[in-house]
Design a protein around this ligand. Structure first.
Ligand code: SAH
Length: 424
Protein backbone atom coordinates (compact mmCIF):
# COMPACT_ATOMS: atom_id res chain seq x y z
CA UNK A 1 0.00 0.00 0.00
CA UNK A 2 2.71 2.52 0.96
CA UNK A 3 4.51 1.84 -2.31
CA UNK A 4 1.53 2.67 -4.45
CA UNK A 5 0.80 5.72 -2.34
CA UNK A 6 4.23 7.22 -2.80
CA UNK A 7 4.01 6.44 -6.50
CA UNK A 8 0.72 8.27 -6.73
CA UNK A 9 2.04 11.19 -4.70
CA UNK A 10 4.73 11.92 -7.23
CA UNK A 11 2.32 11.69 -10.13
CA UNK A 12 -0.11 14.39 -8.99
CA UNK A 13 1.94 17.43 -10.00
CA UNK A 14 2.64 15.83 -13.35
CA UNK A 15 -1.01 15.16 -13.90
CA UNK A 16 -1.81 18.67 -12.93
CA UNK A 17 0.82 20.17 -15.21
CA UNK A 18 -0.63 18.21 -18.07
CA UNK A 19 -4.01 19.71 -17.41
CA UNK A 20 -2.46 23.15 -17.21
CA UNK A 21 -0.80 22.72 -20.55
CA UNK A 22 -3.87 21.36 -22.23
CA UNK A 23 -6.12 24.13 -20.95
CA UNK A 24 -5.14 26.92 -23.29
CA UNK A 25 -8.18 29.05 -22.62
CA UNK A 26 -8.24 31.02 -19.42
CA UNK A 27 -11.23 33.20 -18.75
CA UNK A 28 -10.03 35.09 -15.74
CA UNK A 29 -6.34 34.56 -15.05
CA UNK A 30 -3.37 34.20 -17.29
CA UNK A 31 -1.48 30.92 -17.30
CA UNK A 32 1.52 32.70 -15.82
CA UNK A 33 -0.59 34.00 -12.97
CA UNK A 34 -2.07 30.58 -12.46
CA UNK A 35 1.32 28.93 -12.33
CA UNK A 36 2.41 31.36 -9.64
CA UNK A 37 -0.46 30.47 -7.38
CA UNK A 38 0.33 28.12 -4.60
CA UNK A 39 -2.85 26.08 -5.00
CA UNK A 40 -3.70 23.53 -6.36
CA UNK A 41 -0.09 22.69 -7.19
CA UNK A 42 0.43 21.71 -3.55
CA UNK A 43 0.44 18.02 -2.93
CA UNK A 44 -2.98 16.99 -1.73
CA UNK A 45 -3.15 15.85 1.86
CA UNK A 46 -4.73 12.54 0.99
CA UNK A 47 -1.94 10.74 2.82
CA UNK A 48 -2.60 12.54 6.12
CA UNK A 49 -2.85 9.28 7.96
CA UNK A 50 -1.21 7.09 5.41
CA UNK A 51 -4.26 5.84 3.55
CA UNK A 52 -7.75 6.64 2.45
CA UNK A 53 -10.45 5.07 4.54
CA UNK A 54 -12.53 4.18 1.50
CA UNK A 55 -9.90 2.29 -0.41
CA UNK A 56 -10.84 -1.19 -1.38
CA UNK A 57 -9.09 -3.83 -3.36
CA UNK A 58 -9.81 -2.80 -6.91
CA UNK A 59 -7.75 -2.76 -10.12
CA UNK A 60 -8.69 0.86 -10.77
CA UNK A 61 -7.70 1.94 -7.30
CA UNK A 62 -4.25 3.36 -7.84
CA UNK A 63 -4.71 6.88 -9.17
CA UNK A 64 -1.08 7.18 -10.29
CA UNK A 65 -1.41 4.57 -12.95
CA UNK A 66 -4.86 3.93 -14.17
CA UNK A 67 -5.74 0.42 -15.05
CA UNK A 68 -6.68 1.26 -18.60
CA UNK A 69 -3.73 3.56 -19.31
CA UNK A 70 -1.30 0.96 -18.05
CA UNK A 71 -3.00 -1.68 -20.09
CA UNK A 72 -2.90 0.53 -23.16
CA UNK A 73 0.76 1.34 -22.91
CA UNK A 74 2.00 -2.13 -22.23
CA UNK A 75 2.60 -4.39 -25.20
CA UNK A 76 -0.38 -6.67 -25.36
CA UNK A 77 -1.87 -9.16 -27.73
CA UNK A 78 -5.37 -7.89 -26.89
CA UNK A 79 -6.98 -4.85 -28.44
CA UNK A 80 -7.29 -1.91 -26.07
CA UNK A 81 -10.60 -0.15 -25.55
CA UNK A 82 -10.47 3.05 -27.57
CA UNK A 83 -12.69 4.95 -25.13
CA UNK A 84 -10.13 4.55 -22.35
CA UNK A 85 -7.51 6.65 -24.12
CA UNK A 86 -6.82 10.35 -23.91
CA UNK A 87 -5.35 11.87 -27.04
CA UNK A 88 -1.90 11.76 -25.39
CA UNK A 89 -2.35 8.08 -24.49
CA UNK A 90 -3.40 7.35 -28.04
CA UNK A 91 -0.42 9.21 -29.51
CA UNK A 92 2.06 7.29 -27.31
CA UNK A 93 0.43 4.00 -28.13
CA UNK A 94 0.53 4.62 -31.88
CA UNK A 95 4.06 6.03 -31.77
CA UNK A 96 5.23 2.91 -29.93
CA UNK A 97 3.82 0.90 -32.80
CA UNK A 98 5.64 3.01 -35.35
CA UNK A 99 2.71 5.14 -36.51
CA UNK A 100 2.66 8.90 -36.80
CA UNK A 101 1.02 10.67 -33.85
CA UNK A 102 -1.09 12.54 -36.42
CA UNK A 103 -3.05 9.30 -36.78
CA UNK A 104 -4.27 9.81 -33.22
CA UNK A 105 -5.93 13.10 -34.14
CA UNK A 106 -7.50 11.55 -37.19
CA UNK A 107 -8.90 8.64 -35.21
CA UNK A 108 -10.23 10.95 -32.48
CA UNK A 109 -12.07 12.94 -35.13
CA UNK A 110 -13.62 9.87 -36.71
CA UNK A 111 -14.82 8.47 -33.42
CA UNK A 112 -15.80 11.45 -31.31
CA UNK A 113 -16.66 14.03 -33.93
CA UNK A 114 -18.10 11.95 -36.77
CA UNK A 115 -19.12 8.94 -34.64
CA UNK A 116 -17.79 6.51 -37.24
CA UNK A 117 -16.38 3.32 -35.74
CA UNK A 118 -16.08 1.24 -38.90
CA UNK A 119 -12.44 1.40 -40.03
CA UNK A 120 -13.35 0.90 -43.69
CA UNK A 121 -15.33 4.18 -43.58
CA UNK A 122 -12.32 6.18 -42.30
CA UNK A 123 -11.48 7.44 -45.73
CA UNK A 124 -8.41 9.55 -44.95
CA UNK A 125 -6.47 6.64 -43.41
CA UNK A 126 -4.27 4.34 -45.42
CA UNK A 127 -5.73 0.95 -46.28
CA UNK A 128 -2.92 -0.76 -44.40
CA UNK A 129 -3.60 1.20 -41.19
CA UNK A 130 -7.35 0.65 -41.48
CA UNK A 131 -6.74 -3.09 -41.59
CA UNK A 132 -4.69 -2.93 -38.39
CA UNK A 133 -7.29 -1.01 -36.39
CA UNK A 134 -9.29 -4.03 -35.16
CA UNK A 135 -6.10 -5.64 -33.86
CA UNK A 136 -5.13 -2.52 -31.92
CA UNK A 137 -8.50 -1.30 -30.61
CA UNK A 138 -11.89 -2.49 -29.63
CA UNK A 139 -14.80 -0.08 -29.50
CA UNK A 140 -16.91 -1.95 -26.95
CA UNK A 141 -19.43 0.17 -25.10
CA UNK A 142 -21.62 -0.55 -22.07
CA UNK A 143 -24.59 -2.61 -23.22
CA UNK A 144 -28.01 -1.05 -22.98
CA UNK A 145 -30.38 -3.32 -21.06
CA UNK A 146 -33.34 -1.07 -20.25
CA UNK A 147 -34.45 2.38 -21.21
CA UNK A 148 -37.33 4.18 -19.55
CA UNK A 149 -38.88 7.60 -20.03
CA UNK A 150 -40.58 9.77 -17.45
CA UNK A 151 -43.71 11.81 -18.13
CA UNK A 152 -41.50 14.94 -17.83
CA UNK A 153 -39.14 13.72 -20.57
CA UNK A 154 -36.30 12.52 -18.31
CA UNK A 155 -34.84 9.25 -19.50
CA UNK A 156 -33.01 6.55 -17.61
CA UNK A 157 -30.65 4.01 -19.16
CA UNK A 158 -29.58 0.81 -17.45
CA UNK A 159 -26.24 -0.41 -18.79
CA UNK A 160 -24.53 -3.72 -18.29
CA UNK A 161 -20.75 -3.63 -17.99
CA UNK A 162 -18.34 -6.28 -19.22
CA UNK A 163 -18.25 -8.05 -15.83
CA UNK A 164 -22.05 -8.17 -15.57
CA UNK A 165 -22.36 -5.26 -13.13
CA UNK A 166 -25.04 -2.73 -14.01
CA UNK A 167 -25.18 1.05 -13.71
CA UNK A 168 -27.70 3.75 -14.50
CA UNK A 169 -27.36 6.99 -16.43
CA UNK A 170 -30.00 9.71 -16.57
CA UNK A 171 -30.72 12.20 -19.34
CA UNK A 172 -32.59 15.33 -18.32
CA UNK A 173 -34.09 17.81 -20.79
CA UNK A 174 -34.74 21.36 -19.62
CA UNK A 175 -35.39 24.38 -21.87
CA UNK A 176 -32.59 24.35 -24.42
CA UNK A 177 -30.37 22.06 -22.33
CA UNK A 178 -29.95 18.31 -22.42
CA UNK A 179 -28.01 17.17 -19.38
CA UNK A 180 -26.47 13.76 -18.88
CA UNK A 181 -26.03 12.53 -15.34
CA UNK A 182 -23.06 10.15 -15.35
CA UNK A 183 -22.26 7.39 -12.88
CA UNK A 184 -18.68 6.97 -11.69
CA UNK A 185 -18.93 3.87 -9.51
CA UNK A 186 -20.99 0.72 -9.08
CA UNK A 187 -22.55 1.39 -5.68
CA UNK A 188 -20.96 3.91 -3.31
CA UNK A 189 -19.06 3.75 -0.05
CA UNK A 190 -19.97 7.19 1.23
CA UNK A 191 -23.14 5.88 2.89
CA UNK A 192 -25.07 9.17 2.92
CA UNK A 193 -28.16 8.14 4.84
CA UNK A 194 -30.71 9.75 2.53
CA UNK A 195 -29.24 8.38 -0.73
CA UNK A 196 -30.51 5.23 -2.37
CA UNK A 197 -27.22 4.49 -4.17
CA UNK A 198 -25.45 4.87 -0.82
CA UNK A 199 -27.37 1.84 0.44
CA UNK A 200 -25.42 -0.38 -1.96
CA UNK A 201 -21.82 -0.79 -0.88
CA UNK A 202 -19.19 0.05 -3.43
CA UNK A 203 -18.67 -2.90 -5.75
CA UNK A 204 -16.04 -1.25 -7.87
CA UNK A 205 -15.00 1.98 -9.48
CA UNK A 206 -15.73 2.46 -13.18
CA UNK A 207 -12.92 2.58 -15.70
CA UNK A 208 -12.53 5.54 -18.03
CA UNK A 209 -14.05 3.74 -21.00
CA UNK A 210 -17.12 2.87 -18.91
CA UNK A 211 -17.70 6.52 -18.07
CA UNK A 212 -16.90 7.85 -21.54
CA UNK A 213 -18.98 4.93 -22.83
CA UNK A 214 -22.14 6.13 -21.02
CA UNK A 215 -21.84 9.49 -22.75
CA UNK A 216 -20.99 8.07 -26.15
CA UNK A 217 -23.68 5.40 -26.09
CA UNK A 218 -26.42 7.79 -24.98
CA UNK A 219 -25.49 10.25 -27.75
CA UNK A 220 -25.62 7.38 -30.22
CA UNK A 221 -29.08 6.44 -28.96
CA UNK A 222 -30.51 9.95 -29.10
CA UNK A 223 -28.91 11.08 -32.40
CA UNK A 224 -29.20 13.62 -33.93
CA UNK A 225 -29.82 15.32 -30.58
CA UNK A 226 -26.66 16.25 -28.73
CA UNK A 227 -25.90 16.48 -25.04
CA UNK A 228 -25.24 20.04 -23.85
CA UNK A 229 -24.27 19.55 -20.18
CA UNK A 230 -22.60 16.86 -18.10
CA UNK A 231 -23.08 16.37 -14.37
CA UNK A 232 -21.24 13.78 -12.31
CA UNK A 233 -24.23 13.22 -10.06
CA UNK A 234 -25.15 9.65 -10.89
CA UNK A 235 -24.15 6.57 -8.91
CA UNK A 236 -20.98 6.89 -6.89
CA UNK A 237 -18.66 9.59 -5.65
CA UNK A 238 -16.63 11.06 -8.53
CA UNK A 239 -13.76 12.17 -6.29
CA UNK A 240 -13.44 8.61 -5.01
CA UNK A 241 -12.56 7.68 -8.60
CA UNK A 242 -10.64 10.75 -9.74
CA UNK A 243 -8.31 9.21 -12.30
CA UNK A 244 -11.12 7.86 -14.47
CA UNK A 245 -13.38 10.89 -13.97
CA UNK A 246 -10.77 13.48 -14.94
CA UNK A 247 -9.52 11.40 -17.83
CA UNK A 248 -13.11 11.24 -19.07
CA UNK A 249 -13.26 15.03 -18.90
CA UNK A 250 -9.99 15.37 -20.80
CA UNK A 251 -11.23 12.96 -23.48
CA UNK A 252 -14.60 14.64 -23.98
CA UNK A 253 -13.03 18.10 -23.95
CA UNK A 254 -10.32 17.30 -26.50
CA UNK A 255 -10.27 19.73 -29.40
CA UNK A 256 -9.89 16.86 -31.85
CA UNK A 257 -12.74 14.98 -30.25
CA UNK A 258 -16.12 15.96 -28.89
CA UNK A 259 -14.90 19.45 -27.82
CA UNK A 260 -17.19 19.53 -24.81
CA UNK A 261 -16.80 22.81 -22.93
CA UNK A 262 -15.31 22.48 -19.44
CA UNK A 263 -17.77 25.09 -18.24
CA UNK A 264 -20.66 22.79 -19.09
CA UNK A 265 -19.31 20.03 -16.86
CA UNK A 266 -20.15 19.87 -13.15
CA UNK A 267 -18.40 17.57 -10.71
CA UNK A 268 -20.48 17.01 -7.59
CA UNK A 269 -18.81 15.76 -4.43
CA UNK A 270 -19.87 14.79 -0.95
CA UNK A 271 -16.67 16.54 0.17
CA UNK A 272 -13.54 14.47 -0.34
CA UNK A 273 -11.39 17.46 0.51
CA UNK A 274 -7.96 16.22 -0.62
CA UNK A 275 -9.20 15.56 -4.14
CA UNK A 276 -11.11 18.80 -4.65
CA UNK A 277 -8.12 20.63 -6.15
CA UNK A 278 -8.56 18.47 -9.21
CA UNK A 279 -11.89 20.10 -10.03
CA UNK A 280 -10.17 23.49 -10.10
CA UNK A 281 -7.27 22.11 -12.11
CA UNK A 282 -9.65 20.71 -14.71
CA UNK A 283 -11.51 24.06 -14.96
CA UNK A 284 -14.86 22.41 -14.51
CA UNK A 285 -17.66 23.52 -12.19
CA UNK A 286 -17.77 22.39 -8.59
CA UNK A 287 -20.91 21.32 -6.74
CA UNK A 288 -20.66 20.34 -3.10
CA UNK A 289 -23.31 18.32 -1.31
CA UNK A 290 -23.49 20.31 1.89
CA UNK A 291 -26.84 19.03 3.13
CA UNK A 292 -26.22 20.13 6.72
CA UNK A 293 -26.20 23.52 8.45
CA UNK A 294 -23.51 22.60 11.02
CA UNK A 295 -21.15 19.71 11.75
CA UNK A 296 -23.61 17.89 13.94
CA UNK A 297 -26.46 17.93 11.43
CA UNK A 298 -24.13 17.02 8.57
CA UNK A 299 -22.39 14.16 10.34
CA UNK A 300 -25.77 12.72 11.24
CA UNK A 301 -26.61 12.19 7.56
CA UNK A 302 -23.18 12.18 5.87
CA UNK A 303 -20.47 10.09 7.57
CA UNK A 304 -17.78 11.72 5.39
CA UNK A 305 -18.17 14.81 7.57
CA UNK A 306 -16.36 13.05 10.40
CA UNK A 307 -13.27 12.79 8.25
CA UNK A 308 -13.55 16.16 6.51
CA UNK A 309 -15.63 18.51 8.64
CA UNK A 310 -17.37 21.61 7.36
CA UNK A 311 -14.51 24.04 8.16
CA UNK A 312 -12.06 22.02 6.00
CA UNK A 313 -14.63 21.65 3.26
CA UNK A 314 -15.47 25.36 3.08
CA UNK A 315 -11.79 26.29 3.16
CA UNK A 316 -11.28 24.16 0.07
CA UNK A 317 -14.31 25.74 -1.60
CA UNK A 318 -12.76 29.18 -1.04
CA UNK A 319 -9.57 28.04 -2.73
CA UNK A 320 -11.61 26.76 -5.66
CA UNK A 321 -13.33 30.12 -6.07
CA UNK A 322 -10.08 32.02 -5.75
CA UNK A 323 -8.39 29.85 -8.33
CA UNK A 324 -11.15 29.56 -10.91
CA UNK A 325 -13.20 32.71 -10.24
CA UNK A 326 -16.27 30.51 -10.52
CA UNK A 327 -19.01 30.23 -7.91
CA UNK A 328 -19.44 27.00 -6.01
CA UNK A 329 -22.85 25.36 -6.02
CA UNK A 330 -23.90 24.04 -2.63
CA UNK A 331 -26.48 21.30 -2.85
CA UNK A 332 -28.79 21.09 0.12
CA UNK A 333 -31.27 18.25 0.45
CA UNK A 334 -34.43 19.22 2.30
CA UNK A 335 -35.37 16.46 4.75
CA UNK A 336 -38.54 16.97 6.73
CA UNK A 337 -37.73 17.80 10.34
CA UNK A 338 -33.96 17.39 9.83
CA UNK A 339 -32.85 20.18 7.54
CA UNK A 340 -35.97 22.12 6.51
CA UNK A 341 -36.59 24.53 9.39
CA UNK A 342 -36.13 28.30 9.18
CA UNK A 343 -33.41 28.36 11.83
CA UNK A 344 -31.59 25.79 9.66
CA UNK A 345 -31.87 28.18 6.71
CA UNK A 346 -30.43 30.95 8.89
CA UNK A 347 -27.43 28.78 9.88
CA UNK A 348 -26.92 27.64 6.30
CA UNK A 349 -26.79 31.26 5.19
CA UNK A 350 -24.26 32.14 7.91
CA UNK A 351 -22.07 29.21 6.89
CA UNK A 352 -21.93 30.03 3.21
CA UNK A 353 -22.24 33.83 3.06
CA UNK A 354 -18.51 34.48 2.79
CA UNK A 355 -18.15 32.21 -0.25
CA UNK A 356 -19.34 33.27 -3.72
CA UNK A 357 -21.92 30.56 -4.25
CA UNK A 358 -25.34 29.41 -5.31
CA UNK A 359 -27.45 27.25 -3.03
CA UNK A 360 -29.33 24.53 -4.83
CA UNK A 361 -32.10 23.17 -2.66
CA UNK A 362 -33.25 19.67 -3.50
CA UNK A 363 -36.45 18.43 -1.87
CA UNK A 364 -35.84 14.85 -0.75
CA UNK A 365 -36.79 12.18 -3.29
CA UNK A 366 -38.28 9.25 -1.46
CA UNK A 367 -37.17 5.66 -1.71
CA UNK A 368 -38.20 2.59 0.27
CA UNK A 369 -37.17 2.39 3.95
CA UNK A 370 -35.15 5.59 3.86
CA UNK A 371 -36.52 6.77 7.18
CA UNK A 372 -36.83 10.32 5.77
CA UNK A 373 -39.72 12.30 4.35
CA UNK A 374 -40.02 15.04 1.79
CA UNK A 375 -41.21 18.34 3.32
CA UNK A 376 -44.54 19.60 2.02
CA UNK A 377 -44.60 22.27 -0.68
CA UNK A 378 -45.42 25.14 1.68
CA UNK A 379 -42.40 24.36 3.89
CA UNK A 380 -40.12 24.10 0.86
CA UNK A 381 -41.31 27.50 -0.36
CA UNK A 382 -40.90 29.04 3.12
CA UNK A 383 -37.36 27.72 3.39
CA UNK A 384 -36.43 28.98 -0.05
CA UNK A 385 -38.01 32.41 0.39
CA UNK A 386 -36.39 32.90 3.77
CA UNK A 387 -32.94 32.14 2.35
CA UNK A 388 -33.61 34.55 -0.51
CA UNK A 389 -34.72 37.25 1.95
CA UNK A 390 -31.38 36.88 3.75
CA UNK A 391 -29.59 37.62 0.47
CA UNK A 392 -28.57 34.15 -0.68
CA UNK A 393 -28.57 33.14 -4.34
CA UNK A 394 -30.97 30.21 -4.20
CA UNK A 395 -32.21 27.84 -6.86
CA UNK A 396 -34.62 25.03 -6.37
CA UNK A 397 -33.68 21.96 -8.33
CA UNK A 398 -36.65 20.85 -10.36
CA UNK A 399 -37.48 17.28 -9.49
CA UNK A 400 -37.19 15.38 -12.74
CA UNK A 401 -37.80 11.73 -13.49
CA UNK A 402 -39.25 10.85 -10.10
CA UNK A 403 -41.85 8.51 -11.64
CA UNK A 404 -39.08 6.33 -13.12
CA UNK A 405 -36.74 6.71 -10.13
CA UNK A 406 -34.25 8.77 -12.10
CA UNK A 407 -34.24 11.75 -9.74
CA UNK A 408 -31.32 12.76 -7.50
CA UNK A 409 -30.28 9.95 -5.21
CA UNK A 410 -32.59 7.38 -6.80
CA UNK A 411 -30.22 5.70 -9.24
CA UNK A 412 -29.30 2.11 -8.51
CA UNK A 413 -27.81 -0.92 -10.14
CA UNK A 414 -30.62 -3.11 -8.88
CA UNK A 415 -32.74 -4.87 -11.45
CA UNK A 416 -35.31 -2.74 -13.23
CA UNK A 417 -38.90 -2.36 -12.13
CA UNK A 418 -41.85 -3.59 -14.06
CA UNK A 419 -42.87 -0.23 -15.45
CA UNK A 420 -39.64 -0.04 -17.40
CA UNK A 421 -39.54 -1.27 -20.93
CA UNK A 422 -36.73 -3.39 -22.32
CA UNK A 423 -34.14 -1.67 -24.45
CA UNK A 424 -35.13 -1.22 -28.01
N1 SAH B 1 -21.59 11.62 -4.69
C1 SAH B 1 -21.86 12.87 -5.27
C2 SAH B 1 -22.85 12.82 -6.43
C3 SAH B 1 -24.06 11.93 -6.31
S1 SAH B 1 -25.53 12.47 -5.55
C4 SAH B 1 -22.33 13.86 -4.23
O1 SAH B 1 -22.53 13.46 -3.09
O2 SAH B 1 -22.42 15.03 -4.54
C5 SAH B 1 -26.05 13.93 -6.37
C6 SAH B 1 -26.84 14.85 -5.45
O3 SAH B 1 -28.09 14.24 -5.07
C7 SAH B 1 -26.13 15.17 -4.14
O4 SAH B 1 -26.19 16.54 -3.89
C8 SAH B 1 -26.94 14.42 -3.09
O5 SAH B 1 -26.87 15.09 -1.85
C9 SAH B 1 -28.32 14.44 -3.69
N2 SAH B 1 -29.19 13.36 -3.23
C10 SAH B 1 -28.84 12.10 -2.93
N3 SAH B 1 -29.92 11.38 -2.56
C11 SAH B 1 -30.99 12.21 -2.65
C12 SAH B 1 -32.38 12.04 -2.43
N4 SAH B 1 -32.89 10.87 -2.06
N5 SAH B 1 -33.19 13.10 -2.62
C13 SAH B 1 -32.68 14.29 -3.04
N6 SAH B 1 -31.37 14.49 -3.27
C14 SAH B 1 -30.53 13.47 -3.07
Amino acid sequence: MSDSLSKSASSYPRYHQRLEISSKKSHFVSNKERRNRSWPQEKPSVWIDGRRPWDIEDPTNDPSCSYDTAKALLPSSHPVNFFSLTLDDLKSLLQKMGHSSFRAQQLYKWIYDKKIEEPHEMSNLSKEFRQQIPQIFDFKLPQLKYRSKSADGTEKFLFELRDGNTIETALIPADDRLTICLSSEVGCNMACRFCYTGKQKLKRRLTTDEIVGQFYKVEQLIAPRRITNIVFMGMGEPLDNPEAVFKTIEILHSSFGRQFSRKKITVSTCGIVPEMWRVAASHTLLAVSLNGYDNQSRTQIMPINQKYPIEMLLQECKKYVEFTKEKVTFEYVLLKGYTDQLDHAQKLYQLTRSIPCKINIIPFNEHPNSGFERPDESQIAKFQNYLISLGAHVLRRRTMGRDIEAACGQLTSRKPHLQQSPAS
